[in-house]
Unconditional design. Structure first.
Length: 270
């Protein structure tokens, strides 16, 4: 079980955002990606899920050796890729319950049907685990949810869909301390050799609950440093300034400027 991102260059509206990302995530591994705002972290998660807004200029994404670039979002989902979005979308008219039920049903072989009774029990258990309100099943997906409820609802979906590779994009933002603990404990419970996990976060506090095996620093659309838990502490206390100094990244004082396509995409970082 392995997801490989190989020398990936990705643009959005003629601006190169990812500039040669390499990352390998195996079953059982938890990777944290940290980095300043606007550096391409959400772009990386979105492109793995197949978001149509982004264009792959070169490179590849492979699952167990097979390229997934020509696969649609739903095919990727059925293959076991999951994205907990930084800003979950509100979908009026579709209840939370029907949404997850439909997602599970489409994963089943043709002619087979979801056992609704069993699903209701699983849904209720997962809702309780995530301390979600009672009416959750019948509310429209994310509509009127608080920031924290939206994030917990992403983890509820993850629990029920049981993905093989999950990207959790700033799952900690907007969570108070109790909600953070609940999310942390629930995600940690899901850790297994059958799950490769990618956590995108700014803060150490999430990583106290969900302990990563690898920590990557992304700057200007590229993973520039990989290490262990010591890296998190250093970033928490010192920010990213020292990474810049250590690696001689010069265009970092201002908000990172994405490189316009017309210029050499590899110029900014070596
Ligand atoms: P992060 O998640 O690391 O904060 P993102 O992946 O969300 O960063 O964004 C990376 C960069 O892509 C940002 O500089 C952002 O402004 C830029 N970007 C996102 N969408 C567009 C767009 N539609 N047109 C131009 N630039 C965009
Ligand atoms: Mg982001």
């Amino acid at each position: 079980m392995v997801l490989e991102i190989k020398d990936l260059f990705v643009s959005v509206e003629d601006t190169m955002i990812l500039q040669g990302v390499n990352l390998t995530v195996k079953g059982g591994e938890t990777h944290a990606i940290m980095g300043p705002n606007g550096t391409g972290k959400s772009t990386l998660a979105s492109i793995c899920m197949g978001h149509p807004k982004y264009k792959i200029e070169s490179g590849d994404i492979l699952v167990d050796g097979e390229s997934i670039l020509d696969k649609s979002v739903d095919e990727r989902s059925r293959m076991g890729i999951f994205l907990a979005m930084q800003n979950p979308t509100e979908v009026p008219g579709v209840t939370n319950f029907d949404f997850i039920k439909a997602a599970l049903q489409t994963r089943m072989e043709e002619g087979k049907h979801l056992r609704v009774g069993k699903f209701i029990l699983e849904f209720e258990t997962a809702s309780k685990d995530l301390a979600m309100g009672k009416g959750l099943a019948h509310r429209f997906l994310n509509q009127g949810f608080s920031g924290g409820e939206k994030k917990r609802n992403e983890i509820l979906q993850m629990k029920l869909l049981k993905p093989k590779f999950a990207f959790l994009d700033e799952i900690d933002s907007g969570l108070d301390v109790d909600a953070l603990r609940i999310v942390g404990e629930n995600v940690t419970e899901l850790k297994s050799p059958e799950l490769g996990l990618v956590l995108i976060t700014h803060y150490q506090r999430l990583l106290d609950y969900i302990v990563p095996d690898f920590v990557h620093v992304m700057i200007n659309g590229k993973i520039v440093k990989t290490g262990g838990l010591d890296l998190i502490e250093k970033i928490d206390s010192q920010g990213y300034e020292w990474v810049r100094t250590e690696l001689g990244i010069t265009d970092f004082d201002k908000r990172p400027e994405p490189v316009s396509l017309g210029t050499c995409p590899t110029k900014s970082l070596k």
